[in-house]
Design a protein around this ligand. Structure first.
Ligand code: NAD
Length: 258
């Protein structure tokens, strides 16, 4: 029970990783605020986590690209559970924008993908940092991606760029918040089949041969599972990782290692 009585905010809490992180934290006694724009997915994950017992889950409808909504969500977390100890900046994705060549990328697609992934991470970190600084304690984990390391074999440039910027953001904020007892790290997963969106991308956009070719580039010869990413994220949220800050942990079966 590494997180008994703590409060974690998991953005994108209605999604695949959101469910995995929220469930794993709650199983170790952590109260979890699931923040997402999708009411239906939120309600499903909230109910499943609460049924499992352990820490409580609370769904909060929140668009991470709105500073006002994010401030209100963070205040709700503190009002409900008494503190905001852990933030997992997980809301993100490529939002279905096409993987255009750079001369064809639409400005509005750039703005929306960068806003969700990068501005969302900034706004949630900003909102949580105030509470964490006051408490002299905090753990922040940001979701980058293997695409930030290698370029996007499957993903568009907007997504690759935002996930790359998250690595620099993580390093900078770790330096700034370290003196306040706050650890800030990132994880960069390879492809993980977290649910429908990823399955569509993996099975819908790639032939059997392309999928095999991809996996053959992975030294461990398989994709990671949501559980394996969750194990690493929870480690970074735990006091066992107390001396680790500013790093981006590559979790991809060895396809890329920094
Ligand atoms: N699954 C992978 O292969 C993989 C690999 C590397 C990184 N990641 C990153 O992990 C994170 C989660 O991915 P996932 O696979 O669980 O995807 P997912 O689509 O299942 O979850 C993303 C969630 O974010 C929510 N969301 C979208 N816009 C939002 C907004 N404005 N405010 C709040 N929530 C919003 C969605 O409703 C969804 O529930 C993302 O940041 C993604 O880029 C995923």
């Amino acid at each position: 029970m590494r997180f008994e009585g703590r409060c974690a905010v998991v953005t994108g809490g209605g999604g695949g990783f959101g469910k995995a992180f929220g469930s794993a934290l709650a199983a170790e006694g952590c109260n979890v605020v699931l923040a997402d724009v999708n009411q239906e997915l939120l309600a499903k994950n909230e109910a499943e986590i609460n049924q499992a017992g352990g820490g409580k889950a609370l769904a909060v409808l929140c668009d991470v690209t709105s500073g006002e909504a994010v401030q209100a969500m963070a205040a709700k977390a503190v009002e409900s559970f008494g503190s905001l100890d852990i933030l997992i900046n997980n809301a993100g994705g490529s939002m279905g924008v096409p993987r255009d060549t750079i001369d064809q990328v639409k400005e509005e697609d750039w703005d929306k993908v960068v806003s969700l992934n990068l501005k969302g991470t900034f706004l949630c970190t900003k909102a949580a940092a105030g509470y964490m600084k006051q408490a002299g304690y905090g753990k922040i984990v940001n979701l980058s991606s293997i695409t930030a390391r290698m370029g996007g074999q499957l993903t568009p440039v907007q997504y690759v760029s935002a996930k790359g910027a998250i690595i620099s953001f993580t390093r900078h904020v770790a330096q700034e918040l370290g003196p306040f007892g706050i650890n800030v790290n990132a994880v960069a997963p390879g492809i993980v089949l977290t649910g429908e969106r990823l399955e569509k991308m993996w099975y819908g956009r790639k032939s059997d041969e392309e999928r095999q070719a991809y996996v053959s580039q992975v030294p461990l010869r398989r994709l990671g599972s949501p559980q394996e990413i969750s194990d690493a994220v929870l480690y970074l949220c735990s006091d066992q990782a107390g001396i680790i800050t500013g790093v981006t942990l590559d979790i991809n079966g060895g396809m890329f290692s920094a």
